[in-house]
Design a protein around this ligand. Structure first.
Ligand SMILES: C[S@@+](CC[C@H](N)C(=O)[O-])C[C@H]1O[C@@H](n2cnc3c(N)ncnc32)[C@H](O)[C@@H]1O
Length: 355
């Protein structure tokens, strides 16, 4: 058995399966996904096992919407002797390249999280043994592949490796953030994660700098506006609801009780457009793309609320609308990214930027 193992939020397994099947066949790697609802992962089995590594290299992780992490899975070890798990795992590493990091992981589910302590404990002898056998560099090396051991129970694990230029740098593919107590809603974490995911850290100083003008459509009570204000930006907060009083007192927020679909900014110097309106994804996608195509803003960050079923198809539809708007406006250079972030639930965050 060899394929690609992908992690996701519990309940999104079939969306990952549809996406990986579609995108793998586009690069001529064929196989079939194995899913179990609420398992928090998907295994895509390759018909030609030697293509698993190719898939882990060529399937762009950055462009996967629903996967948090992926690795070329070289095998599954079952019925491990609880007194010696190291020997069979070591045997599975036989044909692995030299790795620069080891991650012993589990699914982000109730059952999976119960394995977290065990995974932390076992990673110590595993790391030592792999180093002794020259399967792991003595010091962590970010340019080498990452070895993954993904336990589903304490005697069963999938083993493989990912490539550091085409994976998530985060353990379990999860960005953990602390809720800022002054923020008016938990939604604030979604925009924080989106900025940290889509904007390279070294560009924060320019693209997220204080003084920039922003528009927040569907702003109330102000969790997203809070993120912009914290970074020193000036925000036009558009919503008929009530804004958090402390945010208004900063003097950086202008409250606009209007319809986000009709709102026109007073000045032409908007850098960020953010939008969290609960509306049909196609409608929001068209609005966002129109703002960017007409250069009413430089970058847009927005959430698309997804239907319960066929979420991948729904996302494809929304992304196509964006591409069509950009094409009609003859915008050739733009960046479009979409990710089901850790803090998202039934929604995907999209970033659109004029280049
Ligand atoms: C999920 S909440 C936004 C939460 C906000 N991002 C936060 O962090 O606190 C969605 C908001 O969109 C607003 N909304 C929905 N449709 C709208 C529209 N057409 N124009 C303006 N606001 C709208 C609602 O009033 C609601 O406050």
């Amino acid at each position: 058995m060899a394929g690609l193992l992908l992690y996701c939020r519990s309940g999104f397994e079939s969306d990952v399966a549809n996406e990986v099947q579609d995108k793998a066949s586009a690069i001529e790697v064929y196989g079939y996904p194995q899913t179990k609802l609420h398992s928090g992962f998907v295994l895509f089995n390759c018909y030609q096992p030697e293509q698993a590594e190719l898939l882990a290299k060529k399937l762009s992780f950055e462009h996967l919407i629903f996967a948090r992490q992926m690795f070329a899975c070289q095998g599954i070890i079952e019925n491990m002797d609880v007194a010696d798990r190291v020997t069979p795992i070591l045997a599975a590493f036989e044909n692995f390249p030299l790795c620069g990091e080891l991650r012993v992981e589990y699914a982000d589910t109730t059952d999976g999280r119960e394995l977290s302590k065990f995974c932390r404990k076992i990673s110590v002898p595993l790391r030592q043994t792999l180093r002794k056998r020259n399967k792991l560099t003595n010091k962590e090396n970010a340019s080498k592949p990452v070895a993954h051991i993904f336990f589903t129970t304490s005697d069963k694990a999938y083993v493989g490796y990912s490539f550091s230029n085409n994976n998530s740098a985060l353990p379990l593919g999860i960005l953990r953030l602390k809720f800022p107590h002054a923020a008016p809603s938990r939604s604030t974490l979604k925009l924080d994660e989106a900025f940290q995911t889509f904007i390279p850290k070294e560009e924060h100083g320019i693209r997220l700098q204080g003084g920039l003008q922003a528009v927040d459509l569907g702003a109330c009570p102000g969790g997203w506006t809070y993120q912009l204000v914290q970074r020193g930006m000036f925000v036009q907060a558009v919503d008929n609801g009530a804004m958090d009083q402390a945010l208004m007192e900063t003097g950086q927020v202008t409250y606009c009780p209007e319809d986000g679909f009709k709102f026109q900014p007073k000045k032409n110097n908007v850098y960020w457009l953010v939008c969290d309106m609960i509306e049909q994804p196609q409608r929001v996608a068209k609005l966002m793309a129109t703002w960017v195509a007409e250069e009413r803003c430089k970058e847009a960050m927005f959430n698309l609320k997804l239907p319960m079923k066929k979420r991948y198809e729904s996302m494809q539809g929304a992304l196509l609308i964006i591409q069509q708007v950009m094409h009609s406006a003859q915008v050739k250079k733009y960046q479009l990214q979409a990710k089901h972030l850790y803090h998202n639930r039934e929604e995907v965050t999209v970033h659109l930027r004029l280049m």
